[in-house]
Ligand binder design. Structure first.
Ligand code: G3P
Ligand code: CA
Length: 399
Protein backbone atom coordinates (compact mmCIF):
# COMPACT_ATOMS: atom_id res chain seq x y z
CA UNK A 1 0.00 0.00 0.00
CA UNK A 2 1.31 3.43 -0.87
CA UNK A 3 1.44 6.17 1.73
CA UNK A 4 0.95 9.76 0.84
CA UNK A 5 1.45 13.09 2.49
CA UNK A 6 -1.31 15.22 0.97
CA UNK A 7 1.18 17.98 0.25
CA UNK A 8 3.86 15.82 -1.32
CA UNK A 9 2.57 15.71 -4.87
CA UNK A 10 2.23 19.46 -4.88
CA UNK A 11 5.81 19.92 -3.73
CA UNK A 12 7.30 17.83 -6.44
CA UNK A 13 4.75 18.40 -9.18
CA UNK A 14 4.91 14.64 -9.76
CA UNK A 15 1.27 14.28 -10.67
CA UNK A 16 1.42 17.23 -12.88
CA UNK A 17 2.24 17.62 -16.40
CA UNK A 18 5.60 17.92 -18.03
CA UNK A 19 6.24 19.59 -21.35
CA UNK A 20 8.90 21.36 -23.35
CA UNK A 21 9.50 23.09 -26.65
CA UNK A 22 9.61 21.42 -29.99
CA UNK A 23 9.40 23.94 -32.82
CA UNK A 24 6.57 26.23 -31.81
CA UNK A 25 5.76 27.37 -35.34
CA UNK A 26 5.40 23.76 -36.40
CA UNK A 27 3.12 23.19 -33.42
CA UNK A 28 1.00 26.18 -34.33
CA UNK A 29 0.46 24.64 -37.75
CA UNK A 30 -0.49 21.39 -36.09
CA UNK A 31 -2.96 23.25 -33.90
CA UNK A 32 -4.83 24.74 -36.79
CA UNK A 33 -4.96 21.36 -38.47
CA UNK A 34 -6.06 19.68 -35.27
CA UNK A 35 -8.86 22.19 -34.87
CA UNK A 36 -9.97 21.84 -38.45
CA UNK A 37 -8.69 25.32 -39.26
CA UNK A 38 -11.07 27.00 -36.84
CA UNK A 39 -8.82 27.32 -33.84
CA UNK A 40 -9.01 31.08 -33.50
CA UNK A 41 -11.25 33.92 -34.46
CA UNK A 42 -9.95 37.16 -35.96
CA UNK A 43 -8.60 39.50 -33.32
CA UNK A 44 -9.68 37.26 -30.48
CA UNK A 45 -10.59 33.82 -29.33
CA UNK A 46 -12.88 31.46 -31.10
CA UNK A 47 -15.93 30.32 -29.21
CA UNK A 48 -16.89 26.71 -28.67
CA UNK A 49 -19.87 27.43 -30.90
CA UNK A 50 -17.53 28.10 -33.82
CA UNK A 51 -15.70 24.86 -33.20
CA UNK A 52 -18.97 22.93 -33.07
CA UNK A 53 -17.73 20.67 -30.27
CA UNK A 54 -19.09 19.88 -26.85
CA UNK A 55 -22.43 19.45 -28.57
CA UNK A 56 -25.63 18.67 -26.77
CA UNK A 57 -25.06 20.99 -23.83
CA UNK A 58 -25.66 24.44 -25.24
CA UNK A 59 -24.08 26.68 -22.63
CA UNK A 60 -20.58 25.44 -23.40
CA UNK A 61 -20.79 27.11 -26.76
CA UNK A 62 -20.54 30.56 -25.26
CA UNK A 63 -17.11 29.92 -23.79
CA UNK A 64 -13.98 31.31 -25.41
CA UNK A 65 -11.46 28.86 -26.87
CA UNK A 66 -8.96 28.36 -25.42
CA UNK A 67 -10.72 29.01 -22.11
CA UNK A 68 -8.69 30.04 -19.08
CA UNK A 69 -9.87 28.12 -16.04
CA UNK A 70 -8.85 29.30 -12.58
CA UNK A 71 -7.64 26.08 -10.96
CA UNK A 72 -8.97 25.99 -7.37
CA UNK A 73 -9.46 29.76 -7.91
CA UNK A 74 -6.37 31.89 -8.46
CA UNK A 75 -4.53 29.43 -6.25
CA UNK A 76 -1.12 30.71 -7.33
CA UNK A 77 -1.84 33.83 -5.28
CA UNK A 78 -4.26 32.84 -2.53
CA UNK A 79 -4.87 29.67 -0.47
CA UNK A 80 -6.80 27.32 -2.75
CA UNK A 81 -10.54 26.80 -2.62
CA UNK A 82 -11.36 29.93 -0.69
CA UNK A 83 -13.77 32.67 -1.70
CA UNK A 84 -10.68 34.89 -1.80
CA UNK A 85 -9.05 32.64 -4.41
CA UNK A 86 -12.27 32.37 -6.43
CA UNK A 87 -12.85 36.12 -6.29
CA UNK A 88 -9.33 36.91 -7.46
CA UNK A 89 -9.64 34.49 -10.39
CA UNK A 90 -12.74 36.37 -11.53
CA UNK A 91 -11.14 39.76 -10.94
CA UNK A 92 -8.25 38.66 -13.13
CA UNK A 93 -10.71 37.73 -15.88
CA UNK A 94 -10.74 33.93 -15.73
CA UNK A 95 -13.39 32.50 -18.06
CA UNK A 96 -14.29 29.75 -15.58
CA UNK A 97 -13.45 29.18 -11.92
CA UNK A 98 -12.91 25.69 -10.56
CA UNK A 99 -15.14 26.24 -7.54
CA UNK A 100 -14.65 23.82 -6.11
CA UNK A 101 -13.39 20.31 -5.66
CA UNK A 102 -16.34 18.85 -3.75
CA UNK A 103 -16.20 16.58 -0.71
CA UNK A 104 -18.98 15.87 1.81
CA UNK A 105 -19.31 16.55 5.52
CA UNK A 106 -20.58 14.08 8.11
CA UNK A 107 -24.00 15.73 7.97
CA UNK A 108 -24.20 15.50 4.21
CA UNK A 109 -23.25 18.99 3.06
CA UNK A 110 -20.82 19.58 0.22
CA UNK A 111 -17.72 21.67 0.85
CA UNK A 112 -14.86 22.87 -1.32
CA UNK A 113 -11.56 21.11 -0.56
CA UNK A 114 -9.22 19.35 -2.93
CA UNK A 115 -9.18 16.27 -0.73
CA UNK A 116 -11.22 15.00 2.19
CA UNK A 117 -8.02 15.21 4.25
CA UNK A 118 -7.69 18.81 5.40
CA UNK A 119 -4.50 18.84 7.47
CA UNK A 120 -2.53 20.54 4.70
CA UNK A 121 -5.04 23.19 3.73
CA UNK A 122 -6.59 24.30 7.02
CA UNK A 123 -5.55 25.16 10.55
CA UNK A 124 -7.29 22.07 11.95
CA UNK A 125 -4.07 20.95 13.68
CA UNK A 126 -4.24 24.12 15.79
CA UNK A 127 -7.64 23.15 17.19
CA UNK A 128 -7.10 21.00 20.30
CA UNK A 129 -10.80 20.12 20.36
CA UNK A 130 -10.30 18.21 17.08
CA UNK A 131 -7.05 16.46 18.01
CA UNK A 132 -8.94 13.20 18.57
CA UNK A 133 -10.29 13.23 15.02
CA UNK A 134 -6.82 12.71 13.54
CA UNK A 135 -6.80 9.26 12.01
CA UNK A 136 -5.46 7.06 9.22
CA UNK A 137 -7.69 5.91 6.37
CA UNK A 138 -7.26 4.13 3.08
CA UNK A 139 -8.36 6.45 0.32
CA UNK A 140 -8.44 4.93 -3.17
CA UNK A 141 -5.80 2.41 -2.13
CA UNK A 142 -3.55 4.96 -0.46
CA UNK A 143 -2.98 5.22 3.28
CA UNK A 144 -3.61 8.82 4.36
CA UNK A 145 -3.21 10.24 7.86
CA UNK A 146 -4.92 13.43 8.97
CA UNK A 147 -8.36 14.93 9.47
CA UNK A 148 -11.20 14.10 7.07
CA UNK A 149 -14.19 16.23 6.13
CA UNK A 150 -16.55 13.27 6.47
CA UNK A 151 -15.77 13.19 10.20
CA UNK A 152 -16.87 16.80 10.75
CA UNK A 153 -20.21 18.57 10.54
CA UNK A 154 -20.44 21.67 8.41
CA UNK A 155 -20.70 23.79 11.55
CA UNK A 156 -17.47 22.28 12.86
CA UNK A 157 -15.64 22.83 9.58
CA UNK A 158 -16.75 26.43 9.63
CA UNK A 159 -14.62 26.95 12.76
CA UNK A 160 -11.49 26.24 10.69
CA UNK A 161 -9.59 28.59 8.42
CA UNK A 162 -7.81 27.86 5.16
CA UNK A 163 -4.02 27.95 4.85
CA UNK A 164 -1.61 27.75 1.92
CA UNK A 165 -0.98 24.16 0.80
CA UNK A 166 2.51 24.69 -0.66
CA UNK A 167 4.22 27.46 1.29
CA UNK A 168 7.61 26.27 0.05
CA UNK A 169 6.59 27.24 -3.50
CA UNK A 170 4.26 30.07 -2.57
CA UNK A 171 5.57 31.79 0.56
CA UNK A 172 3.69 35.01 -0.22
CA UNK A 173 0.37 33.22 -0.04
CA UNK A 174 0.90 32.51 3.64
CA UNK A 175 0.06 36.18 4.21
CA UNK A 176 -3.56 35.09 3.78
CA UNK A 177 -3.44 32.07 6.11
CA UNK A 178 -6.40 32.22 8.45
CA UNK A 179 -8.36 34.78 6.43
CA UNK A 180 -11.01 32.59 4.80
CA UNK A 181 -13.34 29.78 5.83
CA UNK A 182 -13.91 26.54 3.96
CA UNK A 183 -16.66 27.42 1.47
CA UNK A 184 -19.79 25.30 1.28
CA UNK A 185 -20.94 24.51 -2.27
CA UNK A 186 -24.22 26.32 -1.70
CA UNK A 187 -22.33 29.46 -0.72
CA UNK A 188 -20.37 29.21 -3.95
CA UNK A 189 -23.57 28.99 -5.98
CA UNK A 190 -24.91 32.11 -4.27
CA UNK A 191 -21.56 33.84 -4.81
CA UNK A 192 -21.73 32.91 -8.50
CA UNK A 193 -25.15 34.58 -8.82
CA UNK A 194 -24.04 37.67 -6.98
CA UNK A 195 -20.89 38.00 -9.10
CA UNK A 196 -22.87 37.45 -12.30
CA UNK A 197 -25.22 40.29 -11.32
CA UNK A 198 -22.42 42.61 -10.27
CA UNK A 199 -20.25 42.04 -13.29
CA UNK A 200 -22.99 41.96 -15.89
CA UNK A 201 -21.50 38.80 -17.37
CA UNK A 202 -22.20 35.16 -16.75
CA UNK A 203 -19.79 33.65 -14.23
CA UNK A 204 -18.97 30.00 -14.92
CA UNK A 205 -17.90 27.44 -12.38
CA UNK A 206 -16.37 23.98 -12.82
CA UNK A 207 -16.90 21.81 -9.71
CA UNK A 208 -15.19 18.42 -9.47
CA UNK A 209 -16.65 15.46 -7.58
CA UNK A 210 -13.82 13.99 -5.52
CA UNK A 211 -13.48 10.25 -4.81
CA UNK A 212 -17.12 9.34 -5.63
CA UNK A 213 -16.67 5.61 -5.07
CA UNK A 214 -14.95 6.13 -1.71
CA UNK A 215 -17.75 8.38 -0.49
CA UNK A 216 -20.53 6.17 -1.84
CA UNK A 217 -19.16 3.30 0.24
CA UNK A 218 -19.42 5.57 3.28
CA UNK A 219 -23.07 6.25 2.50
CA UNK A 220 -22.25 9.74 1.25
CA UNK A 221 -22.98 9.44 -2.49
CA UNK A 222 -21.90 12.66 -4.15
CA UNK A 223 -23.85 12.69 -7.41
CA UNK A 224 -27.32 12.82 -5.84
CA UNK A 225 -26.20 15.53 -3.45
CA UNK A 226 -24.68 17.63 -6.23
CA UNK A 227 -27.79 17.16 -8.38
CA UNK A 228 -30.09 18.13 -5.51
CA UNK A 229 -28.19 21.31 -4.75
CA UNK A 230 -27.97 22.27 -8.42
CA UNK A 231 -31.71 21.68 -8.81
CA UNK A 232 -32.44 23.80 -5.77
CA UNK A 233 -30.48 26.64 -7.39
CA UNK A 234 -31.92 25.96 -10.87
CA UNK A 235 -28.48 25.18 -12.22
CA UNK A 236 -29.02 21.64 -13.45
CA UNK A 237 -30.00 22.48 -17.02
CA UNK A 238 -28.16 22.08 -20.31
CA UNK A 239 -27.46 25.83 -20.44
CA UNK A 240 -26.47 26.16 -16.79
CA UNK A 241 -23.06 27.81 -16.31
CA UNK A 242 -21.81 24.85 -14.28
CA UNK A 243 -19.52 22.20 -15.81
CA UNK A 244 -19.14 19.04 -13.73
CA UNK A 245 -15.98 16.92 -13.75
CA UNK A 246 -14.74 13.69 -12.21
CA UNK A 247 -11.86 11.22 -12.55
CA UNK A 248 -14.39 8.38 -12.27
CA UNK A 249 -16.28 7.70 -15.51
CA UNK A 250 -19.15 5.94 -13.72
CA UNK A 251 -19.66 9.05 -11.62
CA UNK A 252 -20.06 11.10 -14.80
CA UNK A 253 -22.45 8.46 -16.16
CA UNK A 254 -24.48 8.71 -12.97
CA UNK A 255 -24.53 12.50 -13.24
CA UNK A 256 -25.67 12.17 -16.84
CA UNK A 257 -28.80 10.46 -15.54
CA UNK A 258 -29.44 13.12 -12.92
CA UNK A 259 -28.65 16.50 -14.52
CA UNK A 260 -28.18 18.11 -17.94
CA UNK A 261 -25.04 20.10 -17.15
CA UNK A 262 -21.97 19.79 -19.39
CA UNK A 263 -19.89 16.85 -18.14
CA UNK A 264 -16.14 16.25 -18.35
CA UNK A 265 -14.21 13.03 -17.67
CA UNK A 266 -10.83 13.71 -16.08
CA UNK A 267 -7.94 11.51 -17.18
CA UNK A 268 -4.80 10.86 -15.17
CA UNK A 269 -1.65 9.15 -16.46
CA UNK A 270 -2.02 6.67 -19.34
CA UNK A 271 -1.18 3.63 -17.21
CA UNK A 272 -3.54 4.55 -14.36
CA UNK A 273 -6.99 3.07 -13.76
CA UNK A 274 -9.89 5.19 -12.54
CA UNK A 275 -10.69 4.10 -9.00
CA UNK A 276 -14.25 3.09 -9.88
CA UNK A 277 -12.75 0.68 -12.44
CA UNK A 278 -10.41 -0.74 -9.81
CA UNK A 279 -13.32 -1.33 -7.45
CA UNK A 280 -15.58 -2.89 -10.09
CA UNK A 281 -12.84 -5.01 -11.66
CA UNK A 282 -12.92 -3.16 -14.97
CA UNK A 283 -9.40 -3.74 -16.32
CA UNK A 284 -9.31 -0.67 -18.57
CA UNK A 285 -6.71 2.01 -18.08
CA UNK A 286 -6.69 5.63 -19.19
CA UNK A 287 -4.78 4.45 -22.28
CA UNK A 288 -7.87 2.41 -23.20
CA UNK A 289 -10.17 5.36 -22.61
CA UNK A 290 -8.27 7.58 -25.04
CA UNK A 291 -8.37 5.25 -28.00
CA UNK A 292 -10.78 6.36 -30.72
CA UNK A 293 -13.24 3.77 -29.50
CA UNK A 294 -12.80 4.80 -25.89
CA UNK A 295 -13.36 8.45 -26.74
CA UNK A 296 -16.45 7.60 -28.74
CA UNK A 297 -17.84 5.84 -25.70
CA UNK A 298 -17.06 8.81 -23.45
CA UNK A 299 -18.86 11.05 -25.95
CA UNK A 300 -22.03 9.01 -25.38
CA UNK A 301 -22.36 10.45 -21.86
CA UNK A 302 -19.99 13.44 -21.60
CA UNK A 303 -19.13 16.55 -23.55
CA UNK A 304 -15.43 16.75 -22.80
CA UNK A 305 -12.28 15.32 -21.29
CA UNK A 306 -9.80 16.82 -18.85
CA UNK A 307 -6.50 15.03 -19.52
CA UNK A 308 -3.14 15.70 -17.92
CA UNK A 309 -1.00 17.91 -20.11
CA UNK A 310 1.31 14.92 -20.56
CA UNK A 311 -1.40 13.15 -22.53
CA UNK A 312 -1.38 16.10 -24.93
CA UNK A 313 2.43 16.43 -25.21
CA UNK A 314 4.38 13.68 -23.45
CA UNK A 315 7.68 14.46 -21.77
CA UNK A 316 10.88 12.51 -22.24
CA UNK A 317 13.03 11.07 -19.46
CA UNK A 318 14.64 14.46 -18.86
CA UNK A 319 11.24 16.13 -18.48
CA UNK A 320 11.34 17.91 -21.83
CA UNK A 321 8.46 18.04 -24.28
CA UNK A 322 8.35 15.56 -27.11
CA UNK A 323 5.84 15.55 -29.97
CA UNK A 324 2.11 16.05 -29.41
CA UNK A 325 -0.03 12.92 -29.38
CA UNK A 326 -3.14 12.58 -31.53
CA UNK A 327 -5.41 13.04 -28.51
CA UNK A 328 -6.62 16.53 -29.43
CA UNK A 329 -7.50 15.44 -32.95
CA UNK A 330 -9.10 12.19 -31.79
CA UNK A 331 -11.16 13.82 -29.04
CA UNK A 332 -12.35 16.53 -31.38
CA UNK A 333 -13.29 13.90 -33.95
CA UNK A 334 -15.42 12.27 -31.26
CA UNK A 335 -17.08 15.64 -30.60
CA UNK A 336 -15.37 16.15 -27.25
CA UNK A 337 -13.75 19.31 -25.95
CA UNK A 338 -10.41 19.12 -24.07
CA UNK A 339 -9.58 21.08 -20.92
CA UNK A 340 -6.21 19.70 -19.74
CA UNK A 341 -4.66 20.42 -16.35
CA UNK A 342 -2.61 22.15 -14.85
CA UNK A 343 -0.31 25.00 -15.91
CA UNK A 344 1.55 26.72 -13.10
CA UNK A 345 4.15 29.48 -13.33
CA UNK A 346 6.66 28.05 -10.87
CA UNK A 347 9.72 26.08 -12.02
CA UNK A 348 8.99 22.70 -10.40
CA UNK A 349 5.66 22.39 -12.22
CA UNK A 350 6.95 23.31 -15.68
CA UNK A 351 8.44 21.10 -18.37
CA UNK A 352 12.22 21.01 -18.00
CA UNK A 353 12.78 23.08 -21.12
CA UNK A 354 10.83 26.00 -19.64
CA UNK A 355 12.44 26.10 -16.21
CA UNK A 356 14.71 28.98 -15.28
CA UNK A 357 17.22 27.90 -12.66
CA UNK A 358 16.22 25.65 -9.79
CA UNK A 359 14.56 28.02 -7.33
CA UNK A 360 11.26 26.28 -6.40
CA UNK A 361 9.29 29.49 -6.02
CA UNK A 362 10.78 31.27 -9.07
CA UNK A 363 8.79 31.50 -12.27
CA UNK A 364 10.01 29.77 -15.41
CA UNK A 365 9.19 30.63 -19.02
CA UNK A 366 5.55 29.69 -18.65
CA UNK A 367 4.62 31.69 -21.76
CA UNK A 368 6.71 29.28 -23.79
CA UNK A 369 4.81 26.38 -22.26
CA UNK A 370 1.46 28.02 -23.02
CA UNK A 371 2.48 28.53 -26.63
CA UNK A 372 3.30 24.86 -27.02
CA UNK A 373 0.07 23.62 -25.45
CA UNK A 374 -2.24 26.18 -27.10
CA UNK A 375 -0.73 25.22 -30.45
CA UNK A 376 -2.09 21.71 -30.11
CA UNK A 377 -5.65 23.01 -30.40
CA UNK A 378 -6.84 22.44 -26.82
CA UNK A 379 -10.13 24.13 -25.87
CA UNK A 380 -8.87 25.52 -22.58
CA UNK A 381 -6.54 24.87 -19.69
CA UNK A 382 -6.63 24.81 -15.91
CA UNK A 383 -4.13 27.19 -14.38
CA UNK A 384 -3.24 28.42 -10.90
CA UNK A 385 -2.38 31.86 -12.34
CA UNK A 386 -5.27 32.94 -14.60
CA UNK A 387 -3.76 36.39 -15.25
CA UNK A 388 -0.71 34.77 -16.85
CA UNK A 389 -2.93 32.41 -18.84
CA UNK A 390 -4.98 35.30 -20.20
CA UNK A 391 -1.86 37.16 -21.32
CA UNK A 392 -0.54 33.99 -22.92
CA UNK A 393 -3.82 33.58 -24.79
CA UNK A 394 -3.64 37.18 -25.96
CA UNK A 395 -0.12 36.59 -27.28
CA UNK A 396 -1.22 33.42 -28.98
CA UNK A 397 -4.23 34.82 -30.78
CA UNK A 398 -2.29 37.87 -31.92
CA UNK A 399 0.77 35.93 -33.06
O1 G3P B 1 -9.95 19.40 -12.20
C1 G3P B 1 -8.88 19.49 -13.08
C2 G3P B 1 -7.80 19.24 -12.23
O2 G3P B 1 -8.06 20.03 -11.14
C3 G3P B 1 -7.70 17.82 -11.80
O3 G3P B 1 -6.70 17.75 -10.94
O4 G3P B 1 -6.03 17.01 -8.77
O5 G3P B 1 -6.07 19.42 -9.25
O6 G3P B 1 -8.16 18.20 -8.95
P1 G3P B 1 -6.77 18.12 -9.40
CA1 CA C 1 -9.90 19.59 -9.55
Amino acid sequence: MRTRDSRETERTGERDERAGGTGRRALLGAAVLAAGGTALGLGGTASAAESGRGGGRGGLKSLPVPAIIGHRGASGYRPEHTLGAYQLALDMGADIVEAGDLVPTKDGHLVCRHEPEIGGTTDVADHPEFAGRRTTKTLDGVSVTGWFTEDFTLAELKRLRAVERIPQNRPHNTLYNGRWEIPAFEEVLRWQDEQTRRRGRQVWIYPELKHPTYFRKLGLGLEERVAKVLRRHRKDGRNAPVILQSFEPTSIQRLNELVDNPLVVLLSTADSRPWDFVESGDPRTVADLITREGLKEIASYAQGIGPTLDLIIPRDASGRLTRPTTLVRDAHSAGLILHPYTLRNENPFLPADFRKGTDPDAYGDVFGAYRAYFATGIDGVFTDQPDTGLLAREDFVND
